[in-house]
Design a binder for this molecule. Structure first.
Ligand SMILES: [Fe+2]
Length: 202
């Protein structure tokens, strides 16, 4: 499944140092720094990266593209290092200025990667991970195929993890906050029943 046009680009990218151990370790180090700033974001980066790799594999993309997507997903929210922790961890809705600061994470992340030679190839992917097919996304309002395919995969993995995280929170609060039976019925309805993924305290 990864033959043909898959291996040659990979060999070229390995030759050019894009996927050498130093690159992987550099990315891992950045995620460790993110963890110190905001643990939730680091957890999200790890989960999104794993899911994005699975999606890319299932799409039968060439192996070098799969690896690029995995690495880009691992760093897609790296720009949140430039967003104040009070905004990242705010429990209630964000104000307009706070939302503006939050949206800047795409540009901050891309700029930081662009200035890091081993990771610069990820900058356009990271910059575009909040673009939308209908052109209503940010920061550039790209639409459809203007959005890099790698960004489109990261965007779906990103959103899916955010959604399943919300379901995990729902399950964790079944009992003290929400009616446990209603939550269990809801999660089962959504195919996320007790036995499948979440444990509901009762
Ligand atoms: Fe993001």
């Amino acid at each position: 499944m990864f033959c043909g046009d898959g291996f040659l680009p990979l060999i070229i990218r390995i030759r050019d140092g894009m996927f050498d151990p130093e690159t992987t370790e550099l990315a891992a180090g950045l995620v460790r720094i993110v963890r110190m700033h905001d643990r939730e974001t680091a957890v999200h980066l790890d989960a999104t990266s794993a899911l994005a790799r699975r999606i890319a594999n299932a799409m039968q993309l060439p192996i070098d593209v799969v690896m690029t997507i995995e690495l880009a997903a691992r760093l897609h929210d790296i720009g949140k290092l430039g967003v104040h922790r009070d905004v990242l961890q705010k429990a209630g809705p964000l104000t307009t200025p706070e939302w503006g600061a939050m949206r800047m994470h795409t540009e901050i992340g891309a700029a930081a990667l662009q200035d890091t030679p081993k990771l610069a190839f990820l900058a356009p992917i990271v910059r575009a991970h909040h673009e939308r097919i209908d052109g209503e996304g940010y920061p550039d309002g790209l639409r459809g195929d203007e959005i890099p395919l790698e960004s489109r995969v990261v965007a779906v993995a990103d959103a899916f993890h955010a959604m399943t995280s919300a379901l995990t929170i729902l399950a964790a609060n079944a009992g003290p906050q929400f009616d446990a039976g209603v939550v269990e019925t809801t999660l089962t309805l959504l195919h996320y029943g007790r036995r499948k993924r979440f444990s509901i305290a009762s």
